[in-house]
Design a protein around this ligand. Structure first.
Ligand SMILES: Nc1ncnc2c1ncn2[C@@H]1O[C@H](COP(=O)(O)OP(=O)(O)OP(=O)(O)O)[C@@H](O)[C@H]1O
Length: 251
């Protein structure tokens, strides 16, 4: 089953001016249930624009976006959010700094269910959230009542991931979500990412500039170049792909 289908997507910035820029040029893509796709490409290739059109931050000039068999081409971010979650590069974007870890989790949970006013204070809920946090291996279970602004970037990004996936989205968008982290923390967050994606069987699209991560993680790799999909590699071919093969494909 397809989770996402992109048909002939086109996006032009500053149309009809000297600065006219065709950023997405007839993008066609089918994303299957359970796909974990790394998206790579040069600066300015169109990766973020692609993610922004999928999420609804940008509307396309032509083409169609089908999400879980719904035509969402002209729908808002909020409409699409019932099936989709996104984690951004900046750890501050996905969490509310002035709220505690527990309050952030309750907010994320409340997107999917009705909660009573002091629901988050129940011991049982504290316990279940604490267990979820413990599984991330970042010591977050010790900071349930700490304001998120006092956490490290890695802890905050791990929390963002947990919050984005609490609702078990049909599609998870990761927008260079480890780019702002140091190498060790970045690897820890990637390990957590893989664990969550596998355990929940999440269909995932991950933009990354780290070729080693693009090669290591996921069953499929897409290279965007000059607004087009230059490579789309999956299965065995992806598993045996080498860094040199990718370097050759970069313009
Ligand atoms: N809102 C916008 N208005 C005008 N031009 C834009 C806008 N967003 C992106 N662009 C332009 O579109 C092109 C593609 O940008 P995009 O951010 O999608 O590339 P990218 O592949 O994500 O690059 P990077 O790896 O540097 O993040 C760039 O030339 C950029 O300047």
């Amino acid at each position: 089953m397809e989770v996402l289908q992109l048909k002939h997507l086109q996006k032009v910035f500053f149309p009809g001016t000297n600065n006219e820029r065709h950023v997405l040029k007839n993008i066609n893509l089918k994303i299957n249930d359970g796909d974990f796709i790394s998206v790579i490409g040069n600066n300015g290739a169109g990766k973020s624009t692609l993610l922004n059109t999928i999420a609804g931050n940008l509307h396309v000039d032509a083409g169609e976006i089908d999400l879980v068999d719904h035509d969402v081409t002209k729908k808002s971010i909020a409409y699409r959010a019932r099936w989709m979650s996104r984690v951004f590069q900046d750890p501050k974007t996905g969490t509310a700094g002035d709220l505690t870890v527990l309050q952030n989790l309750v907010l994320a949970q409340s997107h999917t269910q009705t909660i009573s006013l002091h629901w988050y204070q129940k011991k049982t809920d504290r316990k279940s959230f604490s267990q979820l946090l413990k599984a991330l291996n970042m010591g977050l279970e010790n900071f349930l009542d700490t304001q998120v602004k006092y956490l490290s970037g890695g802890q905050r990004q791990a929390l963002s991931l947990l919050m984005a996936t609490l609702s078990k989205p049909k599609l998870l968008l990761l927008d260079e979500h480890t780019a702002a982290l140091d190498p060790k923390t970045s690897q820890e967050v990637m390990t957590i990412t893989e664990k969550i994606v596998q355990e929940q069987h999440l269909t995932t699209m991950m933009i990354t500039h780290k070729m080693s991560d693009a090669l290591k993680y996921g069953n499929r790799l897409i290279m965007v170049q000059d607004g087009q999909i230059k490579l789309d590699i999956s299965g065995k071919q992806k598993a045996t792909l080498k860094k040199e093969d990718l370097l050759k494909a970069f313009k």
